[in-house]
Design a protein around this ligand. Structure first.
Ligand SMILES: Nc1nc2c(ncn2[C@@H]2O[C@H](COP(=O)(O)OP(=O)(O)OP(=O)(O)O)[C@@H](O)[C@H]2O)c(=O)[nH]1
Ligand SMILES: [Mg+2]
Length: 306
């Protein structure tokens, strides 16, 4: 960095429909798995901040819950998180997932996205045609042409968050749109969220991956206790106690499985990844609790941080 005036620093919100690849993009840009990713829609429920560092800029990327038609109170809270994230942002990346089935991409949804979520913000929008690995070069060009013509974003480019293509161009497109400012965070900080948040997210990810139907959607994970390793403690392991909250007894039985086998498998997979994330060994204890209709109850949602 030669002088402070040539350095850019700002907030960039990543928005789009569920399953568009928003969290995959955040992880790709940061070169670190921060935000959970699953093949199921509505994986992300809260804003996740990830900090990108380079010698020319610092970008605070804000991953958001996907935009969908709200069916219950939890969805309302998720959409409120996305709305307020847009207010924080200097620049918005809107992820448009490419798909062969949908005539290159979903134009009706993209129209709604621009009309109801983007245009009125008055902020620069970069349209990222994600999953471009599904399209050939000609199809990508055609999709980008339609996007530019119909919605006139600041820039439209093809990316593949999964394969990593187009992300350097995306950073280059962002830099001139960011405020000239010194960095806000030290270089070794990857996120502003506490470790315990990521612990609960990792467990939630495994639940999304291991269980079918409504189980992942009916589940919340709460960290009840997070005791860091003590120097005098011979085991030198952190103790993490979590509650897995479900809506019904039947769901509790499915989560636990025969003689606890399913919960054991979940716990092992979660622990391995938590240890990788924290860079130290942990004891992980999981309890399953029933809280009827928690997704519909404002007080309960608030206590879960929504
Ligand atoms: N082929 C392909 N798949 C992708 C790409 N980006 C993401 N995916 C896949 O799409 C699925 C959804 O990815 P996520 O990153 O969880 O999507 P999201 O937009 O964060 O979804 P929500 O949090 O549910 O709103 C995962 O299975 C990803 O591996 C891509 O560029 N190409
Ligand atoms: Mg996500």
């Amino acid at each position: 960095m030669s002088d402070n005036t040539s350095f850019s620093c700002g907030y960039v919100a990543i928005i789009g429909p569920p399953n568009a690849g928003k969290s995959t993009l955040l992880n790709r840009l940061l070169n670190h798995k921060l935000s959970i990713v699953t093949p199921k829609p509505q994986t992300t429920r809260k804003k996740i901040t990830g900090i990108y560092h380079s010698d020319r800029c610092q970008i605070l990327f804000l991953d958001t819950p996907g935009i969908m038609k709200p069916m219950q109170e939890l969805h309302q809270s998720m959409l409120t998180a996305t709305r307020s994230t847009l207010k924080e942002a200097d620049v918005i990346i809107t992820m448009i997932p490419a798909s062969k089935k949908n005539g290159l991409f979903d134009q009706d949804f993209t129209e709604l996205l621009f009309r109801e979520w983007l245009t009125n913000t008055g902020k620069p929008v970069i349209a990222a045609l994600n999953k471009s690995d599904f399209l050939n070069a000609g199809e990508q060009e055609e999709a980008l042409r339609i996007i530019k013509e119909r919605w006139n974003p600041e820039k439209a480019l093809a990316v593949s968050a999964l394969k990593g293509s187009g992300t350097d161009d995306l950073i280059e497109a962002l830099i001139p749109l960011l405020p000239a400012s010194a960095p806000l965070y030290p270089e070794d900080i990857l996120s502003t969220a506490p470790e315990r948040f990521f612990v609960s997210e990792i467990i939630r990810e495994k639940i999304f991956l291991f269980y079918g139907q409504e189980i992942p959607y009916s589940t919340e994970v709460v960290v009840d206790e997070f005791k860091e390793q003590h120097e005098n403690d011979s085991s030198r392991k952190d103790l993490i106690r979590c509650s897995i909250v479900v809506e019904r007894d039947t769901q509790k039985h499915i989560l636990i499985g025969k003689k606890g086998s399913a919960l054991k498998k979940l716990g092992m997979a979660a622990r391995t990844e938590i240890e990788e994330f924290l860079g130290r060994p942990v004891f992980l204890e999981l309890f399953v609790k029933v809280r009827p209709d928690w997704r519909k109850k404002k007080g309960m949602l608030r206590s879960f941080g929504y």
